[in-house]
Write a protein that binds this ligand. Structure first.
Ligand code: CMP
Length: 139
């Protein structure tokens, strides 16, 4: 059965541009409720660890440089069928390919600076939630 929690990150481009409130409103209107949230400026070591699965990809270095370029906002979100619903809500990785009225279509600049991250499976949602939040920080 699909899980009810997923992990999102409002990335440094959107956070720095003051789009956080609009993005959270969009997510809440899609039925998500925030169960944990924090603001932090990732170190290079943290960004490399979070995106370790992409270590061999050509975009790994620019990705980790971008993710450490300013503060970001990870959140644990909850609703039914959380992982797939959030991925539909945020749209395709490349905003040029994202559906109308998705977060990335509305707020992302490019495939690299794409405003928001979402876990791609229940297993990764749990791993990524554990990366940013202790059990005591979740409601
Ligand atoms: P995200 O959902 O955070 O997961 C991996 C990120 O790598 C992705 O969003 C993009 O921001 C970034 N990225 C940069 N270039 C590419 C690419 N060519 N293909 C996929 N992801 C890319």
């Amino acid at each position: 059965m699909a899980g009810t929690r997923t992990l999102t990150i409002i990335k440094p481009d959107a956070f720095g541009a003051g789009k956080t409130g609009q993005i959270i409103a969009h997510l809440e209107q899609a039925g998500f409720r925030i169960r944990a949230a924090r603001v932090l400026h990732l170190t290079h070591a943290q960004a490399e660890a979070f995106y370790a699965v992409h270590r061999q990809r050509p975009f790994f270095a620019p990705l980790t440089t971008f993710m450490t370029s300013g503060p970001c906002m990870p959140m644990i979100l909850e609703r039914a069928d959380a992982v797939s619903t959030l991925r539909t809500t945020i749209g395709a990785t490349d905003p040029a390919e994202a559906a109308a009225n998705t977060v990335r279509k509305l707020y992302a600049e490019s495939k690299e600076r794409n405003a928001i991250h979402a876990s791609d499976s229940d297993e990764n949602a749990e791993r990524e939630a554990g990366f940013f939040f202790a059990e005591a920080d979740r409601i």
